[in-house]
Design a protein around this ligand. Structure first.
Ligand SMILES: Cc1cc2nc3c(=O)[nH]c(=O)nc-3n(C[C@H](O)[C@H](O)[C@H](O)COP(=O)(O)OP(=O)(O)OC[C@H]3O[C@@H](n4cnc5c(N)ncnc54)[C@H](O)[C@@H]3O)c2cc1C
Length: 483
């Protein structure tokens, strides 16, 4: 683990007295590429157009979509920057199914079935289901996640719906726009530097929310972070021309869920297992909402689970090599899938635009959720949501319980006006196996976006925001609290 000095190339821009630009194009090269040579170029200063907003959300993925909608619903003039040409993030690229809005699938003595995550994440899924774009909430009926709930989504419909909802909420959506730096004054961020084909500009705001997954905004702003590098990377492909029922029959199943597929109930929508077919040596987890299609088949590359590696997810050259390895792996997987009866004509119908990460930078926040908090079902005085799913089926609150995400876990340490949400919170590997799941990230997004808007309205820092005000706004936004 190490913390790289991401903003060492500080260049004065002459914006406001004392303002400095951190993480410019020059400083973005700080890191492994520093070793590539000793030649450097000092960029000449440039006049950049400046625009003003109340709230800026960086990253329009799983958490960011919800954060931006939440901020706009509070009346904040909100801008969202997303580097790709669509919104949705890993939900649309590689995360298999959404886990989980509920604590358990079936109630049992002493444990009621509860929908813990509501609010905007629930509204999104309700609308998507009406469009025919989900499997519905489905029971995981076997394996290490048995008795929990998953929901598969049509990824193209998710892209369309999330962008439409952002637009209808009044968010100023900047797609194909990369965040490349920040303008800071003391411990306060003044603006984000963004680049697109329309040029380079400064998007100023009163409050900022980092939902980039990688923690790019926080790192540019000089936040403390670590890079644990403790997951393999993966490119997740969609495989067409597969007979799902036959494929499943030929697997030693370790996960299974039925739901809505191609408009029909009771069809297989998620499964995991290894083929019984001789000569086929792979284990596969996938999700689908369409006949003859496996939406997510993952080619993992670059190392073991839970162990640090010598390269970093922010190391461009290492990742470029792994991108190639993953694409080779995908074609090897296709060759294996074709050996399964009913899948002889399988082909890769889509792939992720770039490798998916399970975590990148972990940003230091005022509070760091521990495994003890998760398993102990701990709720905090500053809870912003309740959550009840763990990736490895670890029993939360003794089983079927929930824990709280505290507001402090979303406040970047030492920066006055920056909140973070998504996979970049929680340093403990096993606690992160709960907080990183999609539905938890979406709930965090609602909390961070709401808090950012309130801070902008009250002209206060994230630490000065009275919790009672945040709680009231979240409750009005449909968020469920356990205590
Ligand atoms: C392979 C895989 C399988 C998974 N399986 C499951 C599962 O079965 N169930 C489950 O619930 N969870 C699963 N997860 C976990 C879950 O999907 C993620 O933890 C969660 O979606 C992360 O959300 P996020 O908002 O933090 O990041 P993302 O959804 O990745 O959003 C980040 C967004 O920021 C944008 N961005 C990044 N940098 C910049 C920049 N500099 N400028 C502008 N935009 C930027 C990105 O393009 C992206 O859209 C899985 C994850 C992976 C990788």
């Amino acid at each position: 683990m190490r913390r790289r000095d991401f903003h060492k190339g500080v260049i004065g821009l002459g914006l406001a007295a004392g303002a400095a630009i951190a993480g410019s194009g020059a400083s973005a090269l700080a890191g492994p590429n520093d070793k590539a040579g000793t030649d450097f170029l000092v960029e000449p200063a440039r006049r950049l157009p400046v625009r003003q907003f109340d709230v800026l959300v960086a990253g329009g993925g799983t958490a960011g979509v919800v954060a931006a909608i939440a901020a706009a619903k509070q009346g904040a003039k909100t801008v969202l920057i997303e580097q790709k040409g669509y919104t949705g993030g890993i939900i649309t690229e590689g995360g298999t199914a959404l886990h989980s809005f509920f604590n358990v699938w079936k109630p049992y003595p002493g444990v009621k079935k509860l929908q813990l995550v509501r609010g905007i994440p629930h509204e999104i899924i309700e609308s998507l289901t009406k469009m025919g774009g989900t499997s519905g909430h489905a029971e995981l009926s076997m394996g290490y996640n048995h008795d929990s709930v998953c929901l598969a989504v049509d990824v193209e419909m998710y892209k369309l719906l999330s962008h439409t909802m952002l637009h209808e909420s009044g968010v100023y959506v900047c797609l194909n726009t990369l965040l490349v730096g920040v303008v800071k004054e003391g411990q306060r961020i003044k603006g984000a530097i963004a680049e697109s084909r329309s040029g380079r500009e400064v998007l100023c705001a009163k409050s900022f929310v980092d939902c980039t997954g990688y923690g790019d905004l926080a790192a540019h702003a000089g936040a403390e972070y670590t890079e644990p590098n403790d997951y393999p990377l993966c490119n997740s492909m969609g495989v067409a021309n597969v007979d799902i029922e036959s494929f499943c029959k030929n697997l030693r199943l370790s996960q299974y869920a039925e739901g809505l597929r191609s408009g029909r109930e009771g069809r297989i929508v998620r499964f995991e297992g290894s083929p019984k077919v001789e000569g086929v040596g792979m284990r596969l987890t996938t999700t689908t909402v369409h006949d003859n299609y496996m939406m997510f088949v993952k080619a993992n590359v670059g190392g073991a689970w839970g162990k640090g590696k010598s390269w970093h997810v922010t190391d461009r050259d290492a990742i470029t090599k792994l991108e190639l390895e993953a694409r080779k792996g995908q074609q090897e997987l296709i060759a294996l899938i074709r050996k399964v009866p009913g899948c002889e004509a399988a082909f890769a119908a889509r792939s992720s635009p770039s490798l998916n990460i399970r975590r990148g930078r972990v940003i230091k926040c005022d509070y760091d959720i521990s495994l003890k908090d998760v398993l102990g079902g701990r709720h905090f005085d500053d809870d912003v949501m309740a959550y009840g799913f763990h990736d490895q089926c670890m029993k939360i609150g003794g089983g079927g319980g929930s824990y709280g995400i505290p507001y402090g876990a979303l406040r970047a340490a030492n920066i006055e006006n920056l909140l973070v949400s998504g996979m970049m919170i929680t340093s403990d590997y096993k606690a992160h196996q709960s907080t990183r799941n999609t539905v938890c990230c979406m709930g965090q997004g609602q909390a961070a976006g709401t808090a950012a808007a309130l801070c902008a309205k009250k002209a206060c820092t994230t630490r000065e925001l009275p919790y009672t005000d945040l709680r009231k706004a979240l409750e009005a936004g449909g968020v469920y609290f356990e205590s």
